[in-house]
Design a protein around this ligand. Sequence first.
Ligand code: AMP
Length: 441
Amino acid sequence: MIPLIRGFKDILPDDTPVWKAIEETAAALFQSFGFKEIRLPIVEKAELFQRSIGENTDIVEKEMYTFSTGKGEMITLRPEATASVVRAYIQQQLYAKDPVQKLYTIGPMFRRERPQKGRYRQFYQINAEVFGIGAPYIDAQLIVMLWNLFERLAIGGLSVQLNSLGCPVCRPAFKQALTDMLEEGTGVLCADCLRRKDKNPMRVLDCKVPACRDVMKDAPSMTDYLCEDCASHFSKVQSALGLQQIPFVLNPRLVRGLDYYTRTAFEIQTDALGAQNAIAGGGRYDGLVKALDGPEQPAIGFAIGLDRLVELVSQAMPQQSLTPDVFIAAIGEELQEKAFEWSCALGLSGVQTEIDFSGKSLKALMKRADRLGAAHVLIAGSQEMAQGSVILRNMKNKEQVPVPIDGMVDHIKQYLKDYQCCKESEKKKKAIPEPVRVIRF
Ligand code: AMP
């Protein structure tokens, strides 16, 4: 057997329903906030990521899967989606139609990181990006949307971490203050931070190495260096979050891994996942569209880590796999062709159908139907055929009804519909009545 590559994983059929449920919940919510889906290639020119994410970031320095096409061109498996969305916004001139574009995309990302629980080399993200809106309300709205998504998915133990990373006007003074401070701790910094100290000192802020954390204990905060515009923007984001009752924590250590962020940076963390506790992160990147040769347009976005979200949702949601409505148990070789026709007709009419062409005994077929969790079994033997009907057995209440072969699909559909209605009215009878809500004006 040729096994999987380390850091990659299969998403098995029992797990895909949770993935789909999350993706559909997110898509429905995002659409009601005006987002449209965009689908992008998973490979781009390496230069796109080098220029956008930044040369002195972990991703570009050591985590990208970059290949030569043999013609002097270097291509990269995308480590994140924002750069590609920005590229499409510029290249497809989406801004010409309307500078305001709200886009979301779902798909795999690739980073050559050390694999561990919650950290893979191919992982999935849901990304949402807004172009053309500089107002702080949109920053808050994205966080409201994320918070609501996690509420809809019944995820608890969450916190919103919030920071401002300033802009090209106010950040240089902060960076200088950080570099000056780091000069004093040079003796104890880890090798990575020694490199970062001059090139990208803000990255030292979120280094997890204890010695570096110790040095950074008294590090200055970007929020103390914000220019008037950035300070006002940050304060409006906070009051807008307050208006929507979104709890948040100001975290001056939150810098995010990519160079392109400006002003608002945020992360949603959970206390239920251990070390890899971030399930979504994002921020404003007002300079990126211009830096990638596009028009000057502000932008902001976020990425949700789908793998980690699935883990959280799976903890709360019982595994549900698709089970057949009808399993066709046709006994004997001579009935297989008929059974094949019925299975096609039922499947094409939307009844989830399973069939076993092995011609085994009824006992063996019933066992298989049971194992598959089939709700009903259509039993057909030569005796039934002679009478012009087959038997539909309800596997739950063991009820058996004859179904005429003539018009069989319609009969079965009607039976399933009646059975479903019956089940629902039973459920309703058992359910506690909802309290009446009085809306006052
Ligand atoms: P980032 O693009 O680094 O801001 O990450 C956004 C989100 O993607 C994080 O909050 C994680 O939930 C998820 N994520 C990032 N890297 C990985 C990885 N290697 N494996 C699984 N999830 C990841």
